[in-house]
Design a binder for this molecule. Structure first.
Ligand code: DMJ
Length: 673
């Protein structure tokens, strides 16, 4: 409340205090000066000399002090993490050093030495860092890598600490490149090495010994074995923390559920078979036999369960001849059929496989075009195997309708279709990415599956590729990278989903089957772009979406928006690398795939088992693990990497099989003639 008296009192008190302290200060200054005057000339000179000396020392030691301060603040930005009892992560307290054996690369300590080559950086110059990115520590790495043991010398090279080990005579023994870039994912303590390619059990001591040996060169590494090892590592996490569930959450060491049908296990079945992982396959088969039941009151997405579950079971049946998988495929296939009971016969997106009911998403009666047109390979194959035409009839009705529909642009389809009217909705937007991608893939692959007889499929495919050329294809500045942009009401948006990187492989497959040679030319160009989407990132991993530069003034070809910096361990680029290598035998495609596998190992591998999607491919210091291993990492990514590196081109011959969009191989139908 306002009080004039009180106000006066306050101002009076303040004024009084001020005058008192002013008088005191004046007295103090006068007495100091008097004392200084009382000193002898020699005493005064000595004091002045000492002050000058201290001042000079202060100036000389300033840079090293600031260095230390900088180091401290860099470390606080660095975000080292240790695991808490409840499975969460917390920053490593200062001074607490995780026990990583000397010479072992953080994040790699459980990789057998024969599959751990010297870390390689992408040969392409990296993009300049975006301003918001954190700087890595300027010189030394985090405390985990401080000099210790018999390490006697070190140099720092471009963010990597090169430790030169010396033997007892002081001679150079071996060099191990230690990188701290991937160290933010929990360092496993006292890790035992996995059994190696040769069946040997390794220990930490072995790892130390291995680190003191000559570094393994890339050529000497058995790449096929490296993929097997990666699979085993992913499987180890799935088995330990998510067995029988849909997805592994490797950092929190638990699972995520989507359909509650053991999605990762089913998606991975044929991969294990192809990789020759017999023990792992046997235990998974047992689970399918004893635990897998589709008699469940759950809503599943028609497309996802068709490509992952139905596709996975059908291909495993073909590879193994084991009728368990065919029986399960028939069961799930039958339970998905209610999706087609719609006014237009264009299926709903969701089915309850226990109740036999289906429905669109809550907010719309539209389905996604890619979803309703990328279930055909699987349902057609199910009809062939069961001799029951209902599956084939249902999906071919969709193909027929989409073939006739208005609203395409030079063979390009919109992204949505209405389940009541059977017409395209939200027209005017065209992409080869999310919601449309596998429509194009399945046109070609159905044509191949059926023995190249269904000419309407081929016509639609050829027209669509011309539509891509005419409407969506552009080249970047300055490097002239070819990319497929997105069209929105006549306006080209120069962005491309990583999903579009299936296209080089599909184009190459078409060219291999007699389609125009310029399809192969386009495949070569797009493959280069997809490679650059990895190579130009600081982690060597592609973002989910890349933006491309069309302006000649700006110096960068590829840009990444903050919201698009994640990587979900997707397969499309390694899928295309596999096709490109099979058809060209150009070893650069293998090298590009190898770089990608190494980046996955470096930035997404979780030491306790599994791989995780990450939130920021531009930040090698903190790639921001998202704690999720998608089932397609085992179903597709590792399978395509294995096939890319395998010298056996008859292993899933591309003249005998087509891969569904989840990398499950299905046979090309034998000719009836
Ligand atoms: C997979 O489920 C399939 O490859 C699908 O066609 C697209 N999305 C994922 C992988 O990225």
């Amino acid at each position: 409340m306002y009080s004039p008296q009180r106000k006066d009192f306050v101002s009076l008190t303040l004024g009084d205090q001020y005058s008192r302290s002013y008088t005191n200060g004046k007295h103090r200054r006068q007495s100091c000066w008097r004392k200084w005057k009382q000193l002898s000339r020699l005493q005064r000179s000595l004091i002045l000399f000492l002050l000058a000396f201290l001042f000079i020392c202060g100036i000389l030691s300033y840079p090293s002090l600031t260095e230390q301060w900088r180091g401290l603040s860099d470390r606080s930005l660095k975000e080292d993490w240790v695991e808490m009892d409840n499975g969460g992560l917390r920053p490593i307290p200062p001074g607490l050093v995780p026990k990583i054996p000397p010479g072992v690369v953080p994040g790699f300590q459980d990789i057998p030495p024969e599959v751990m080559p010297e870390i390689q950086r992408p040969s392409i110059p990296l993009l300049p860092k975006p301003p918001a990115m954190r700087k890595p520590p300027s010189k030394r790495g985090p405390p985990v890598l401080q000099k210790r043991g018999n390490v006697s010398d070190w140099q720092v090279k471009d963010g990597e600490e090169e430790i030169v080990k010396r033997d007892e005579d002081g001679g150079k023994e071996a060099k191990t490149v230690i990188s701290w870039r991937g160290a933010m994912i929990e360092a496993e303590q006292g890790t035992e090495l996995q059994s190696t390619a040769h069946g040997k059990e390794g220990t930490v001591a072995d790892a130390e010994k291995a680190a003191s040996l000559k570094p393994v060169t890339v050529k000497a590494v058995d790449r096929v074995e490296a993929v097997r090892e990666a699979f085993r590592h992913a499987w180890k996490g799935y088995k330990a923390f998510a067995w029988g569930h849909d997805e592994l959450k490797p950092i929190s060491k638990t699972h995520g559920e989507w359909f509650g049908l053991g999605l990762t296990l089913i998606d991975a079945l044929d991969t294990m078979w192809i990789l020759g992982l017999k023990d792992e396959f046997a235990e998974a088969r047992k689970w399918v036999e004893t635990e897998l039941s589709f008699s469940k009151n759950v809503d599943v997405n028609l497309f996802e369960s068709t490509i992952r579950i139905l596709g996975g079971l059908l291909s495993t049946y073909h590879l193994t001849g084991d009728t368990l998988f065919l029986d399960k495929a028939k069961d799930i296939g039958f339970r998905l059929m209610p999706a087609f009971k719609t006014p237009s016969k264009i299926p709903y997106s969701d089915v309850n496989i226990g109740k036999g009911t289906a429905h669109p998403p809550r907010w719309t009666t539209d389905s996604t075009v890619a979803e309703v047109t990328s279930i055909q390979l699987e349902f057609r194959e199910l009809s062939r195997l069961t001799q029951d035409p209902q599956y084939q009839n249902a999906v071919e009705e969709v193909t027929r309708q989409v073939h006739r529909l208005e609203g395409k642009r030079d063979g390009l389809v919109p992204m949505f279709i209405n389940t009541n009217s059977g017409k395209f909705t939200r027209r005017g937007a065209f992409t080869l990415g999310a919601r449309a991608d596998s429509y194009y893939e399945y046109l070609l692959k159905q044509w191949l599956q059926g023995g190249k007889k269904e000419t309407e499929l081929l016509e639609d495919y050829l027209q669509a590729i011309e539509g891509v050329r005419k409407n969506l294809l552009r080249q970047t500045s300055p490097s002239k990278l070819t990319f497929v942009g997105e069209l929105s009401n006549g306006h080209l948006n120069p962005k491309m989903d990583h999903l579009v990187c299936f296209l080089p492989g599909t184009l190459a497959l078409g060219a291999h089957n007699g389609l125009p040679a310029d399809h192969m030319d386009l495949a070569l160009q797009l493959m280069e772009t997809c490679h650059q989407m990895y190579a130009q990132m600081e982690t060597g991993l592609s973002p989910e979406i890349a933006h491309f530069n069309l302006q000649s003034s700006n110096g960068r070809d590829i840009d990444v928006k903050p919201a698009d910096r994640h990587n979900l361990l997707r397969p499309e680029t390694v899928e295309s690398l596999f096709y490109m290598y099979r058809f060209t035998k150009d070893s650069k495609y293998r090298d590009w795939g190898w770089d990608i596998l190494q980046s996955f190992n470096k930035y997404t591998r979780v030491p306790s088992g599994g791989y995780t999607s990450i939130g920021n491919v531009r930040d090698p210091v903190n790639p921001a693990p998202r704690d999720k291993m998608e089932s397609f990492f085992l179903g597709e990514t590792l399978k395509y990497l294995f096939l890319l590196f395998s010298d056996d081109s008859e292993l899933i011959s591309l003249d005998k099989y087509i891969f569904n969009t989840e990398a499950h191989p299905l046979p090309i139908w034998p000719s009836t003639s």
